[in-house]
Design a protein around this ligand. Structure first.
Ligand code: ZN
Length: 145
């Protein structure tokens, strides 16, 4: 079976190769033993961002956010809850725009929160403004067809 998917670990950010059919089976990271596909949200730095979004065989949804900003605070639990419902299908990650300034500049983030959906490292969709988990799920469904 050549049906191995590259999946980034949300805890240590290392890439793992997981058989597609095992994704729903609670796979663990080979490096840190953290749960790979149980809906944890990865916190990405400038250095981690290209590999995490570019090498993943799952689409990666990145939330560009900032601390102490009301709409981001409101969105955080919604994002977390959507991450759980999409576990094993879409990897969820966050980029703190105050810390990861290179990534924020590269993607021209002008308002926060901004969500960018990556597939094979390419931006395929973006959306600005806070969303509830149900809106986020509806939006993702439209983008992923
Ligand atoms: Zn790990």
């Amino acid at each position: 079976m050549s049906d191995l998917l590259h999946v980034g670990c949300p805890h240590c950010k290392k890439m793992n190769r997981v058989p597609a059919q095992r994704l729903s089976d609670g796979p663990k990271c080979g490096a840190c033993k953290g749960a790979l596909a149980e809906g944890a949200v990865a916190e990405l730095s400038d250095a981690e961002m290209p590999g995490y979004t570019g090498k993943s065989d799952l689409p990666v949804l990145v939330d560009f956010w900032a601390r102490g900003w009301g709409p981001c605070k409101a969105m955080a639990p919604e994002f977390q809850s959507a991450a759980k419902s999409w576990r094993g299908q879409v990897a969820f990650a966050k980029v703190n725009t105050e810390q990861a300034q290179q990534a924020s500049a590269r993607f021209g983030i002008r308002s926060i929160p901004t969500l960018i959906l990556f597939r094979n490292g390419k931006e395929i969709a973006r959306q600005s403004g806070a969303m509830q988990a149900s809106q986020l799920t509806a939006w993702l469904r439209t983008q992923l067809g």
